[in-house]
Ligand binder design. Sequence first.
Ligand code: SF4
Length: 192
Amino acid sequence: MTEANLSTGSNSVLLHSCCAHCAAYTIDYWRKQGYEVICWWYNPNIHPFREHQSRLEAMQSLARNVDAPFLVADGYDMVTYFRQVAGHEADGDRCQYCFRLRLARAAETARQMGIAAFTTTLLISPHQKHELVCQIGQEVAAATGIEFLYADLRKRYSDSRHITKPMDLYRQQYCGCLYSEWERFSLDNRRP
Ligand code: SF4
């Protein structure tokens, strides 16, 4: 499916999706709020490329399973990600550039498709910097005129994983970027 041949309605929302296990409950939640959820993938922060592809395939499987439209942005854009975070690599600093890159592209895509609202699966994860995601989503909304749909879904994180458990989808072990992989698996960071 492409952005050009997907029909959208006034109740559509573009859901920036970066993880099948976080998307499962999020799709259900916004559908129950009356929205037609269109899943959309743009995650140049996921490295290396084969890891990106594994997570993308999991998301494609979920979308088929729950009968949700699913679009994938053109290009992997890894170089753009590294240029955005260059000089801000420390944990706690780089994530704001990562969120802004992805959410700004989501809002721009929604605008091009005539969709009035966007949101993100990042809002369900207790592992993400929730307040920062919210702040950047609102800033992007103010800059683009595309509404940012916000809900604190963190308490439903385990429900989301419960939905995907029987689907036997690939599960990631770290947030996404090479820095997060390093932090996750570095000997210095391993607990005894
Ligand atoms: S830790 Fe996660 S949110 Fe932060 S920059 Fe890396 S991929 Fe992006």
